[in-house]
Design a protein around this ligand. Structure first.
Ligand SMILES: Cc1cc2nc3c(=O)[nH]c(=O)nc-3n(C[C@H](O)[C@H](O)[C@H](O)COP(=O)(O)OP(=O)(O)OC[C@H]3O[C@@H](n4cnc5c(N)ncnc54)[C@H](O)[C@@H]3O)c2cc1C
Ligand code: FES
Length: 259
């Protein structure tokens, strides 16, 4: 069940120059609409901005009397800048929890792959599997790295790559996915969130090794609930699906990567 409400900002912390970790008090939103890690909230960013901005749930807790959830976002434009400027104690208008998250079991063991601002929902997946999963995360540079200490606590292993080699392996995450799967194919699935070229490459490697792969797609959004078609994503069978309603998570074999 989708809920829309004013949510108090419990805390706001900068993780680096551009990324904010924000905890929100969301009433009974988690209790009534949580389906699994990988869902998102649609946040109204400013009075003059007509559209909301989709942000993945990083982690969430059912707490009495108010549920809380954490989001992590990077300042990209007017909307995210507005949100980053809100101080703790202020309220924001939040719609959620929206979309379908990753299909996963708490007892499962997953290879979690995140690129840049696609890393936050991977922390929720790691927490859900309580230390059994492995995370492979990539950033443009060391200065852009986020949530590494928290992932270390929640995962069996964390591997890092940076485009410029300033932290971890020099290169892209798909090379680390290949390395990990060639040493250990005993994962229930690869779960990935990040830019589309990264998702395409990770999906290809997972397929080569015969490991199921789910990807969280990022498209620009309007309504966030399946009513406007702004977020259409082309599927291999010729159909078009709504990232907001049918996704954002899809089986990687369903997606038309050449569209
Ligand atoms: C399901 C979903 C989950 C997301 N989760 C997160 C998250 O956890 N953290 C986070 O920082 N961001 C996330 N995003 C992206 C975030 O929604 C955009 O960065 C945000 O909408 C930008 O708004 P703005 O007003 O600041 O920038 P705008 O001025 O609207 O745009 C600034 C730049 O960002 C690009 N952009 C805007 N929206 C998107 C989008 N949806 N996908 C790709 N590029 C976009 C624009 O083309 C432009 O270049 C998510 C997007 C989706 C669809
Ligand atoms: S954002 Fe409107 S249909 Fe998906």
């Amino acid at each position: 069940m989708k809920v829309e409400r004013k949510c108090k900002i419990v805390s706001k912390d900068w993780l680096n120059r551009d990324a904010v970790y924000m905890v929100l008090e969301v009433g009974d939103m988690v209790r009534t609409s949580w389906k699994g890690p990988g869902q998102f909230v649609h946040v109204k960013c400013g009075d003059s901005l007509l559209l909301r901005r989709p942000i993945s749930v990083c982690s969430c807790m059912e707490e009495e009397p108010e549920d809380t959830l954490a989001i992590v976002f990077e300042v990209r434009g007017e909307g995210t800048q507005w949100l980053a400027n809100r101080p703790a104690g202020h309220s924001v208008d939040v719609m959620g929890l929206l979309g379908n998250g990753f299909t996963m079991k708490p007892e499962g063991r997953y290879l979690l792959v995140g690129g840049g601002i696609g890393v936050p929902p991977m922390l929720g997946c790691a927490q859900y599997t309580a230390g059994k999963s492995t995370a492979i995360v990539g950033f443009r540079s060391k200065e852009k790295a986020i949530l590494l200490d928290r992932l270390e606590k929640e995962c069996a292993k964390v591997l890092t790559a940076t485009d410029d080699g300033s932290l971890g392996c020099h290169g892209f995450v798909d090379a680390l996915v290949r390395q990990e799967l060639s040493e250990d194919k005993n994962y229930d699935a690869v779960l990935a969130c990040g830019p589309k070229p990264m998702l395409r490459n990770v999906a290809k490697v997972a397929q080569e090794f015969g490991v199921p792969c789910q990807v969280s797609m990022e498209e620009r959004m309007g309504c966030g609930v399946g009513a406007c078609l702004v977020c259409a994503c082309d599927m291999k069978d010729g159909s078009r699906k709504h990232v907001c309603k049918d996704g954002p998570v899809f089986d990687s074999k369903e997606v038309d990567w050449d569209a």
